[in-house]
Design a protein around this ligand. Structure first.
Ligand code: DNO
Length: 347
């Protein structure tokens, strides 16, 4: 297992030096943030991340994410132009040592939560999704902006996109994803870069927008669209795991044994009857997922991909990017590497 940590670049309040002080830390998960989806990443920007990481004794070898332009997901006539840009970005990051590229195929919005700073009894805060808060939201008529949403769309643009996706539907989205993979994976293979799709978070349709990377059946379908270890998964335990229909240790075991998980995101969630969930500390007993069983599935299948402790709570008075503080993610890293060590020694 290669331990990694997400870093948001020079403006990230968490410094590379602090990240490097986490025991066993190896790799940085980064991206170029000042370029719009569908544009080519300047080589200087990629090289800058690599150089900064090296100064801190870290390796920049995972990208999260190269965003997929909406026209590709919609299958618009302009998609080929954006797919060419995508291929060029894969070549460019490969040139600077990147081995895994994480991306997602979620229409319009990335992850969805209803609150980013829900305070627990102990004073820590975390991201939550409460179904009763979600019910009150109508993205077509209210001027809402949920956390994580692309704020660059106007309400009119969002309306247009919703209309287009209503026509595309789930099957259309599958077709457009297949088209994308058939173009992009051969380039990834040539460059030695593993493409790793992030699940839809949460893994079900939101506001009627189709979502397809959601459950075991659909992951099977996804992997069979292009049968190559370069067409893989970012297996995010929290995204799949906030839906009770997903058996996380079982899925991890299956896809890791198939060698289709280049990148693990490990975090815990506490699930409620009505589908609501709270992001919890990583420890198994703090949430609904069994971290021991998840890591066991990885160790027993010989997992040698990248793993990052995903989202932490905000603790000890830290402020910063919700989910991406230093302290709780570092606790997660220490806890998870502990489970890995115990299981590996027992093997
Ligand atoms: C949230 C992240 C996602 C993820 C993208 C990958 O914290 O897990 O935003 O980076 O969906 O493309």
């Amino acid at each position: 297992m290669k331990l990694s940590f997400r870093w948001y670049g020079d403006s990230d309040p968490v410094s590379l030096q602090y990240i490097s002080q986490i025991p066993a830390m190896r790799s940085i998960v980064g991206a170029v943030y000042d370029v719009k989806p569908g544009e080519v990443w300047p080589e200087e920007s990629i090289k800058h991340i690599k150089d900064e990481c090296e100064k801190a004794g870290l390796i920049f070898d995972v990208v999260e994410s190269i965003p997929v332009h909406e026209d590709i997901k919609l299958g618009e006539p302009t998609r080929d132009k954006y797919i060419e840009v995508y291929k060029e970005n894969i070549r460019r990051v490969a040139k600077y040592g990147v081995k895994v590229v994480c991306y997602n195929f979620m229409p319009v919005f990335d992850w969805t939560r209803t609150q980013l700073d829900k305070m627990a009894k102990d004073g820590s805060t975390s991201l939550v999704m409460y179904m009763d808060q979600l019910k009150g939201i109508d993205p077509l008529n209210d001027d809402v902006s949920l956390p994580g949403w692309d704020a660059s769309y106007t309400r009119e643009e969002v309306k247009e996109l919703f209309k287009k996706y209503a026509v595309v539907g789930e099957e259309g989205l599958w077709k457009n994803l297949e088209y994308f993979l058939k173009e992009v994976i051969p380039v990834a293979e040539e460059c030695g870069v593993k493409m790793a799709i992030h699940p839809d978070d949460p893994p079900y349709p939101i506001f009627g927008l189709p979502r397809i990377i959601t459950c075991e059946e659909n992951v099977d379908r996804f992997l069979s669209l292009y049968d190559s270890e370069y067409n893989g998964l970012t297996f995010c335990t929290g995204s799949y795991g906030c839906a009770n229909f997903n058996d996380i240790p079982r899925m991890v075991r299956k896809y890791s044994a198939m060698n289709r998980i280049p990148f693990m995101h490990i975090r815990n969630v506490k699930n409620f009857e009505d589908g609501s969930f709270e992001e919890s500390a990583h420890l198994s007993s703090c949430g609904s997922l069994d971290m021991y069983e998840i890591v066991k599935a990885l160790v027993e299948t010989g997992f040698d991909g990248y793993m990052r402790p995903d989202h932490g709570r905000m603790i000890w008075g830290e402020t910063g990017k919700p989910g991406y503080g230093l302290y709780d993610r570092a606790l997660g890293a220490a806890y998870l590497t502990g489970i890995f060590e115990a299981l590996e020694k027992n093997k």
